[in-house]
Design a protein around this ligand. Sequence first.
Ligand code: PEP
Length: 250
Amino acid sequence: MKRNRVIAGNWKMNMTQEGAKALMQDVIKWMPKNLPSDVDVVVCVPFTLLNFVNDMIKGTRIKLGAQNMSWAEKGAFTGEISASQLIETGVSHVIIGHSERREMFNETCETVNKKIKYALANNLTPIFCIGESLEQFEKGETNATVARQVKDGLNGLTEDELTKVVVAYEPIWAIGTGKTASPQDAQNTIAFIRAELLKNVAEQMPILYGGSMNAENAKDLLSQNDIDGGLIGGASLKAHDFLCIAGSTI
Ligand code: PEP
C-alpha cells in the first residue's frame, strides 16, 4: 500500500467567519484541477469555525481538521473538546502535540500518546507533531530528540494503528520564524524518523515537514524522497500561497 501525501494548513488561533469565508472561497475556486489524487488537502481551523468551514467544503476534495483534542470521552473537562464533538462537525484529521501546545500548554509525550490512541479509536487521523528546539538543533541532538518523541508518542500502538498516523516533523526553530530547514536536512531527519518507526509499516506512514514552508520553498522540500507533504501555518492563511504549496505536489 502506497502512503498518501498530505498538505495540511494550520490556521492556529486566527480568523473569524468573515476572513474564513474569503480565504476558503478562493482556496476552493483556485484549487488546481490536476492535483494528484493521492494528495489529501486538509484545513485545520479553530473550533469555532469547524461547522462554518465544513459547510463550505462540502462537495470539494478538501478535508477538515482540528488543532487539538482531549484524550477523554466526555465529562468534567472544562474547556476541552472530545472526539465525538469534533466528528459531529465533519472533522477527519486532528493535530496532536503541536510544539505550541507542548511548550505553552504543558502537553507531555504521555498526553500526546493518549490523544493519539483516542483519535485512532474514533477513526480520526492524528497529525502527530515532533521536532527539536533550537538548542537541541545546535547541540546536534535532533535525531535523539525526535527518536524519543516517536518512541513515547507512538508507544503501544499496533502496526495497523501506526499506518493510520500522519507524522509532522517540525523543527521548533523553524515554526513561524521564516527560517526553514534546508531540504537536505529535512530529508535526512525524516528519513531517520522513518527508520526509527516500526520497520514493517514505516513505508506506509506519511511524514510531513513543517516550519515556514511557503510558496517559494515548497517545491524543493516536497521533492525530497521521504517528505510526503507539509504542515503549513502562516502560509495557509493566504489562498495564493497555500495553493502554490499544494500545487507543488503536481
Ligand atoms: C505550524 O504551525 O505547524 C507551522 C509550521 O507554522 P509556520 O508554517 O507558520 O512556520
